[in-house]
Design a protein around this ligand. Structure first.
Ligand code: ANZ
Length: 801
């Protein structure tokens, strides 16, 4: 009565493949689009962390299908990217071939896990049919004025030979380094493509409100967009106008100096000859500091006096002008009015350089900056007002006098869209003799296959070396191709739409066709999107932006692409540390499937805890999963089945169906398994034949977690495959009224135990059960029983002496 998971896995994989069991259906008016964050096909294959999220979406997809939904559950490859390019550089391999090999491994592993992906919809961002559409979208962005080629300050990584986006950089010892490889990163001005995501900042902010996302992720996006409303005020320094951006115009009487960022274009014009060399040295020093470091409030403040004074436009007071790197060049106007008494950074700066602190808000302490709210003081016409009133009053005055303007700023920067890399999407762009831009409409512009993909070292992409590709002649006019490529986030910003367009592996219908529109209307938005928290800002913001643009173009049918987002927790090593090659604590799914089977691995990862928890790997947990699967298997194959319901399992079965259904709907995959366990225990305790529909219902529920054993048992129960095409069990609410009661067992009137019995159990039987109860036995042995009282459905009382 045991089974071999290897034999069963082989059998059903073959069956599903041959019968195209997982093909997306289009027959219902209910749909569910269940999406995983697609993997980067690295050389390492999938890890058990992938398995966690992918199992969760698979369980959910199977559940929805059995509930009569058309389910879109696809998978593909985020295939362009730096690691493949670097691997190729190191080994002399071709990144295209290398990636294709990795994809094969990933696909084999996903099939090994029994995931019900419709591989007819498999996509790869590096396939020319795919990036043809990525390039087409770029062209639309350009035509809408949302893509622009301009000189921008970029994060340059010499080692990687490319610029990096802010979210590809981390800080180490106060310096910027690349997230991949931790190579030094410096600021540098370069001509680059940028996408104007900032034009969508407000909509990206407002759109968040309607989404079923975890609040912490919404907040991360809100902070990243960083909307802030305030006023720009003109301070005059000699005859030079220096606007500052403030959200606290109510503190204008408390200004004790102004500060310019070292990069501010007026710094040298303002600085007096005596201070010039000191200021110049300071500017040089600031160049290599990371923005993260400059924003870090725990770092000591630095700065220099310019020797000049500015006029407070409202009070007419003269205040010193300083330069400091705590003011960022690319936010607001790159200059601030400092109010040390009410701003922490200004307080520290003023303390260090002995500058005045003027309190203009009532509070109890003058030992630190008071950033709370209170009554305005020491401020002439504003005295007695609260913050809101004072801001309104002063803003009005500033605007009327012409030295102030209301202003909304965003922290969000335009999306830097060029990479000086080989392995990415080429831009469909030609530069004419006078650098004029011509878009190529005949797509795709294919990435040439070349052997030398070394960075040119000059800041240009390796493609710049491929003369025969770069130079194009059309009607006698000579053009040069854009040699930068797009970032990895280009392909991942629309892949959720690509699956809908796919008819066969990397075969797509036109994105602007009527058929595409119909399909988008059917499938969008994604109903459930599961993946790691690391994509909270970058990917999710870019993808939302592209979807908004495509919505505005009349292509997609909804503004927000991802209705519900769920961030899965990590699987840590048995040592509690993050799994990593360097710790030697990585668990390979191939090994586990070989020893315990795919069903056990799936079941274990779903049972280890709530989906969003990060928990360590446990061999014991895995062994228990395998044991339980065998226990469930034995139960089904050895049960004597009957078509006559003795009603004894009515309550537990219906209760379990109800609970499992509700738990899957709310993504509580672990507690749903506990329910299945309760059912198995009840059947083992049950005497006599078991009502067939209950066993069948159980096998259906089991099959969404353990699809191999699910199919096998379904067949063993005498049915033709596939169990995936069966309807989900329904529960009968009338059976949920419990037919048992709890009876109190007393000794001399004191409660000593309780027992659960069927309603109406007769007095003699109650007494018999009570006297068999171990607690009661311990009281009555060696004692004389004087009286026995039993009330049906209520109580047993034994009086002893
Ligand atoms: C005077 C003031 C008084 C300020 C006060 C704050 C508190 P958010 O909310 O992030 O927009 N600021 C403006 N531009 C800056 C820059 N380029 N680099 C660093 N700091 C800058 O913050 C706006 C506030 O941050 C502004 O309001 C300004 O300081 C500072 F009691 O002006 B405030």
């Amino acid at each position: 009565m045991e089974f071999s998971h290897k034999a069963i896995e082989k059998k059903w994989k073959k069956y599903w493949e041959e019968n195209n069991t997982n093909k997306t259906t289009n027959t219902s008016d209910k749909k569910s689009y269940v999406l995983d964050m697609f993997p980067y096909p690295s050389g390492a294959g999938i890890h058990v962390g992938h398995v966690k999220g992918y199992t969760a979406t698979d369980v959910f997809s199977r559940y929805k299908r059995m509930n009569g939904y058309d389910v879109l559950h696809p998978m593909g490859w985020d295939a362009f990217g730096l690691p493949a390019e670097q691997y190729a550089l190191k080994t002399g391999n071709d990144p295209i071939d290398f990636t294709l090999e990795n994809i094969k491994t990933f696909k084999r592993q996903l099939k090994m896990m029994g995931f019900s992906y419709d591989f007819d919809k498999e996509i790869s961002t590096a396939n020319p049919n795919y990036y043809k559409i990525t390039q087409w979208i770029f062209n639309q962005l350009y035509k809408k004025g949302l893509a622009e080629n301009r000189d921008v300050e970029v994060n340059w990584c010499q080692e990687l030979g490319t610029v990096l986006a802010n979210d590809e950089i981390i800080e180490k010892d106060g310096l910027m380094v690349s997230e991949r490889g931790e190579h030094p990163v410096t600021k540098r001005k370069m001509r680059q493509w940028v996408l104007k995501i900032t034009e969508y900042a407000d909509r990206l902010l407002e759109g968040l409100d309607e989404l079923e996302w975890n609040n912490s992720i919404k907040d991360l996006q809100r902070n990243w967009i960083g909307k802030s409303t305030g006023v720009e005020l003109d301070f005059l320094v000699n005859d030079i106008k220096v606007p500052v951006f403030t959200t606290r115009i109510d503190t204008i009487y408390g200004v004790s100096y102004i500060v310019l960022a070292p990069e501010h274009e007026q710094v040298l014009n303002i600085t007096t000859p005596e201070q010039l060399s000191e200021v110049q040295t300071y500017i040089e020093l600031a160049k290599n500091k990371s923005e993260i470091d400059r924003k870090d409030e725990s770092k000591p403040k630095t700065g220099v006096f310019t020797g000049s004074y500015a006029i407070n436009p409202h009070t007419g007071e003269l205040v010193q002008v300083w330069v400091s790197d705590y003011v960022l060049a690319n936010y607001g106007t790159g200059a601030v009015m400092a109010v040390p008494a009410h701003d922490k950074r200004d307080w520290e700066f003023a303390t260090k350089f002995n500058l005045e602190k003027k309190f203009v808000i009532e509070n109890k302490t003058d030992e630190k900056a008071f950033v709370g709210e209170g009554k305005i003081i020491n401020s002439d016409i504003l005295n007695g007002m609260d913050k809101k009133q004072a801001i309104e009053t002063m803003t009005k005055i500033a605007v009327e006098h012409g030295w102030g303007r209301e202003q909304t700023n965003y922290k969000l920067r335009d999306w830097l869209f060029s990479r000086q890399r080989f392995y990415g999407e080429p831009f469909p762009v030609l530069y004419g003799p006078n650098q004029e831009i011509t878009l190529i409409e005949d797509l795709p512009v294919e990435l040439p296959r070349i052997t030398n993909i070394k960075p040119s070292g000059t800041g240009e992409s390796p493609l710049a070396n491929v003369e025969e590709w770069v130079n194009v002649e059309i009607n006698g006019v000579k053009y040069r191709r854009e040699t930068n490529t797009m970032p990895q986030s280009a392909g991942s910003s629309w892949y959720y739409l690509a699956y809908i367009l796919a008819d066969g592996e990397n075969e797509f219908i036109d994105i602007d066709s009527a058929e595409a529109k119909k399909r988008f209307e059917k499938w969008m938005p994604v109903d459930l999107y599961v993946g790691g928290q690391e994509h909270a800002v970058g990917h999710l913001l870019y993808a939302r932006f592209w979807n908004y643009v495509l919505y505005d173009l009349g292509i997609t049918s909804v503004k927000e692409p991802f209705k519900q987002l769920f961030n899965q927790g990590m699987i840590l090593g048995p040592d509690g540390r993050k799994m990593s090659k360097s710790w030697g604590n990585v668990i390979n799914p191939d090994d586990i499937v070989s020893t315990h089977g795919a069903d056990s691995l799936r079941l274990y990862e779903m049972f280890m805890g709530p989906l969003d928890a990060s928990l360590p790997w446990s061999e014991d947990g895995l062994d228990s999963a395998l044991k339980w699967i065998h226990r469930a298997y034995r139960m089904v194959v050895s049960a004597e089945l009957t078509d006559v319901n003795d009603t004894k399992l009515d309550f537990v079965y219906n209760d379990v169906v109800k609970n499992v259904s509700e738990m899957i709907e709310s993504l509580k995959f672990n507690t749903a398994i506990s329910q299945l366990m309760i059912f198995v225990n009840a059947v083992y305790k049950h005497e006599g034949p078991v009502y067939r529909p209950y066993i069948e219902g159980f096998v259906k529920m089991l099959s969404i977690y353990a699809p191999f054993i699910g199919e096998e048992l379904w067949e063993k129960l005498g049915h033709a495959p596939s169990i995936t095409k069966q309807a989900w069990p329904v529960f009968d609410p009338s059976k949920l009224v419990s037919n048992t009661v709890v009876v109190a067992l007393q000794i001399n009137g004191k409660l000593r135990a309780t027992i659960e019995v069927e309603k109406g159990t007769v007095k003699d039987k109650l007494l018999e059960l009570a006297k068999k109860h171990e607690n009661i036995i311990s009281y009555i042995k060696d004692k004389q029983i004087i009286k026995e009282i039993a009330v049906v459905d209520r109580i047993v009382n034994i009086v002893i002496k």
